[in-house]
Design a protein around this ligand. Structure first.
Ligand SMILES: Cc1ncc(COP(=O)(O)O)c(C=O)c1O
Length: 394
């Protein structure tokens, strides 16, 4: 059997390799501390689970979801209301809101919906992998824009050649950013929209971590910028804010024509979201929000102790303003290793799993990403084990 060329073009999925290494260590009896995948470990709010249980008993909810269904309309209205209250952005629930089976699905399908073989998608690198893998799957031309620490992990559009800009049809951005945890302010978004003015480029902004923020930083929406709705859509997910990653529910909002084409693409491929989950999402977005606050407080505590722990043992990692990730330069002692080699060493010698930087693209080389999805006690245990690795004779 020969898989399609588009699959052969995809970079190796490094998380699968990390998973195999973890399994090997676990088989040897090692209690691996898993800070690799960004899969939230905290519980989903009880009132949301209760609503799923209730809604799953309602006759009719077992049927295919329909765009014109009463529940579906209510979900879109709830999303529009949440947006108004959170960002002061007004959305037409029926045409400027599109629920998704996870934002990963929506992001991949955005490329499929718009890219022809001679269209470029501009993707900052490193990035959440579906930003670039979706482009490859869709058969478009992937154009990486390197983003580096010195530049606050923001793309420099001025460095792009006029030919590339002319061929570009899509641009992906995402702040707060995975994997680097970089954040953006509204001024940066204004500059982006200004740069895009007069160009035939669609902007997809991935705002998965809008609520996972610390201190007085508040993540803006790109749709707060005047004119953004003419060219942009924004992706949100319930996976992180409400710890519902496995439930698969998210949404895109913004330009109605872009959303219409995205919805058309999806209509040939999927049947929407299970109604019980839609009912639960309504509860999550419109119910009490102290659960989100509690989730963020827990990440904050973890962040504080883990960053301090690593700094105390000589690994000077930055403390992010958002996300639950730490994007750490490989310590000098091990900096001759690739990020994959260093991540492998951490699993094998310390029993700590982190994501290798190159899992997020070639410009992730030199870094590993820790996801704080284990509790404080285990994070301190991870620090102890990493200390031994850093003290080890090599
Ligand atoms: C930046 C970013 N976008 C999207 C996703 C996927 O979210 P969802 O669960 O909605 O597919 C993730 C998950 O880690 C992410 O980090």
């Amino acid at each position: 059997m020969h898989e399609a060329n588009r699959l052969k073009r995809l970079p190796p999925y490094l998380f699968t390799v990390i998973d195999q290494l973890k399994a090997r260590e676990r088989a040897k009896g090692v209690d691996v501390i898993d800070l690799g995948m960004g899969s939230p470990d905290q519980p989903c709010p009880k009132h949301v689970i209760d609503e799923l249980c209730r809604a799953s008993k309602v006759d009719g909810n077992q049927r295919y979801s329909r765009v014109d269904g009463e529940l579906e309309k209510r979900l879109r209205k709830t999303i529009a209301d949440w947006y108004k209250q959170r960002f002061d952005v007004t959305l037409d629930p029926d045409e400027e809101v599109l629920p998704l089976i996870g934002s990963k699905e929506g992001i991949a399908h955005l490329s499929l919906a718009f890219l022809n073989n001679d269209d470029i998608a501009l993707v900052p690198n490193p990035a959440y992998p579906v930003h670039f893998n979706g482009v490859i799957m869709a058969g478009g031309i992937l154009y990486n824009i390197p983003i580096v620490e010195e530049n606050g992990f923001r793309p420099n559009f001025d460095a792009l050649s006029p030919e590339v800009v002319k061929m570009a049809k899509l641009l992906f951005l995402s702040y707060p950013h995975n994997p680097t945890a970089a954040v953006a302010d509204i001024k940066f978004f204004e500059d982006v929209i200004k740069w895009l003015k007069g160009k035939d480029i669609i902007l997809g902004h991935d705002l998965a971590y809008s609520e996972i923020v610390y201190g007085d930083y508040k993540a803006p929406s790109i749709l707060q910028v005047k004119g953004a709705k003419d060219i942009a859509i924004e992706f949100h997910t319930l996976s992180k804010s409400y710890n519902m990653a496995g439930w698969r529910i998210a949404f895109a909002v913004g330009n109605r024509n872009i959303l219409k084409t995205l919805a058309k693409t999806k209509s040939y491929i999927d049947f929407g979201i299970y109604r019980g989950i839609q009912a639960a999402a309504i509860k999550a977005l419109s119910g009490p929000q102290d659960c989100v606050k509690k989730t963020v407080e827990t990440y904050k505590k973890r962040m504080d102790i883990f960053v301090k722990g690593l700094r105390d043992i000589g690994w000077n990692v930055p403390k992010p303003k958002a996300t639950f990730y730490i994007w750490a330069r490989i310590p000098l002692k091990y900096s001759a290793l690739t990020s994959m080699e260093f991540a492998t060493l951490m699993i094998q010698e310390a029993g700590v799993a982190a994501a290798p930087g190159t899992g997020f693209g070639e410009y992730g080389e030199g870094y590993v990403r820790f996801a704080l999805v284990e509790d404080e006690k285990r994070l301190m245990m991870a620090v102890e084990r990493i200390k031994k690795l850093l003290d080890m004779e090599v």
